[in-house]
Design a protein around this ligand. Structure first.
Ligand SMILES: [Zn+2]
Length: 468
């Protein structure tokens, strides 16, 4: 008879504890959203980053200025210590000339909207290249057995992003081989240059740049992004005028690598200071536009998270690291170096990297999270559904947490990785184009993203199980 009341007592205490925890979590999350929406500084920080510093390609003077600025904001917001983790980054400029036009059999010229792909060589002697054009949709169309002869030609890669995929990031990933590997595939079959259809669902006249990778076993040929409207028009025009040529001129230039670095601010935990949770975005951007969504938004989400948690008087249990990564766009050397150093810390300093979060999908209204974690840790994160429901944050999907934090997957024990997942339907309208500017970021959506990012960090800090 004695055992029944004690069992009842046990269950009721457990229930009270769980309720108290859920109540304190929901109050904490509410206070974070209140601070972000009522007193937010993310939007003004984004204005400073994009309008005063501007675009920030790795190796550029403006990227160095952005590093100094990010470090000073972390200091002003109360990080315990800040430092730069040195990273050697590429240095490349697209130059001042990016011109292309089609020349019909009747001699009529039509200007095409293009820009160099990141890392492209210029045209030989920076002079005009003129050649006939072939259109392909897949890289394997250039294989010798396909019978296509690209010798002496300009190859137009014209496969659109798949419009039926709801996840625009997956549509982007499904088309990116043309931009990343198209130049070398075409060069290996004799082509003299490539044009790559811009990676966007939008039908407009904006070229969207992005990195390419040259293979060592093929000549390096000039490569440019062409707008979707121009790519469709050119492919169509070639059907009725197959003798049409394209003229292309680029004066891109590569320089010696330079030393820049990841900007890091640290806030020491009060309960488990040897356990590290990293949160970040990337400071570098492409050199057209202002890098506002990609990834100015992630930068100011990261800085705002530090500010919000200080403002509400939060005391972190673990050590929080706020990181502005360098060189995500054309090498990911910042993310790789951070993971390499984290591995050394795991081995040598009795620290353990238990979690990391990234914001690099734009400043749009937050939908939820992408999770790269063990089953047990994924269950912990999915247990937050009720806490985020009042904020219309509902997506808790596995995979694709982010480029900068993904090298941390190799650590042992494996950290829990989360990517902030905003609505992606319009992201690629602006991505890597001249329209990725401050004016195209919405203040309230940016602030909601910052609040969601900060709330997830707090929940990770409070509830992520420690490694055994
Ligand atoms: Zn990015």
């Amino acid at each position: 008879m004695l055992r029944i009341p004690s069992l009842l007592l046990f269950f009721s205490c457990g229930a009270v504890t769980l309720h108290a925890q859920a109540d304190s979590d929901s109050l904490l999350v509410r206070s974070i959203y209140d601070e972000a929406l009522g007193h937010g500084e993310a939007y003004e920080n984004l204005r400073t980053l994009t309008k005063e510093i501007g675009h920030r390609l790795s190796g550029s003077q403006s990227a160095a200025e952005a590093m100094d600025w990010g470090k000073s904001v972390m200091e002003a917001y109360g990080a315990d210590r800040t430092w730069i983790m040195p990273v050697t980054v590429p240095s490349w400029t697209r130059g001042t000339i990016a011109e292309a036009s089609s020349i019909g059999a009747d001699g009529a010229a039509t200007a095409l909207h293009i820009t160099a792909l990141g890392g492209s060589v210029g045209t030989p002697n920076n002079a005009i290249v003129e050649a006939p054009v072939i259109v392909v949709k897949r890289l394997d169309e250039l294989n010798p057995e396909s019978g296509v002869d690209a010798t002496g030609k300009i190859v137009l890669f014209n496969r659109a992003m798949d419009p039926v995929l709801i996840n625009t990031g997956a549509a982007y990933g499904g088309a990116i081989d043309q931009r990343g590997n198209g130049a070398s595939a075409a060069a290996a079959s004799g082509a003299v240059a490539v044009l790559v259809r811009s990676l966007t669902h939008a039908l407009d006249t904006l070229p969207h740049t992005g990195a390419l990778r040259y293979r060592d076993d093929a000549p390096r040929i000039p490569a440019a992004a062409i707008s979707t409207v121009d790519a469709s028009w050119l492919a169509h025009a070639l059907e009725s005028d197959p003798a049409m040529n394209v003229r292309l001129q680029l004066n891109c230039e590569a320089f010696e690598d330079v030393e820049q670095g990841n900007v890091i601010g640290e806030w020491t935990g009060t309960v488990k200071p040897h356990e590290i949770i990293t949160i970040g975005g990337h400071l570098d951007s492409w050199d057209i536009g202002e890098g506002a969504h990609d990834d100015g938004a992630g930068v100011v989400h990261t800085l705002e998270t530090l500010r919000i948690l200080k403002a509400i008087g939060y005391e972190p249990q673990r050590t929080l690291r706020f990181v502005l990564f360098i060189n995500e766009e054309n090498g990911n050397r910042g993310g790789k170096e951070y993971a390499r150093q984290a591995g050394i810390e795991n081995e040598q300093s009795k620290l353990v990297h238990v979690g990391a979060m990234e914001s690099d999908a734009g400043g749009f209204v937050p939908r939820g999270f992408r999770i790269d974690a063990s089953d047990a840790a994924t269950d912990v994160v999915r247990g937050w559904r009720a806490l985020f429901d009042p904020y219309n944050v509902h997506l808790f999907r596995r995979g694709g947490a982010g480029v900068d934090i993904s090298p941390l997957k190799t650590l042992s024990p494996r950290p829990t990785l989360l990517g902030l997942s905003p609505d992606g339907q319009r992201y690629f309208d602006f991505h890597h184009s001249s329209q990725d500017i401050f004016e195209n970021v919405h203040k309230r959506e940016l602030e909601l993203g910052a609040a969601t990012f900060a709330a997830a960090l707090v929940l990770l800090d409070r509830h992520l199980p420690s490694p055994e």
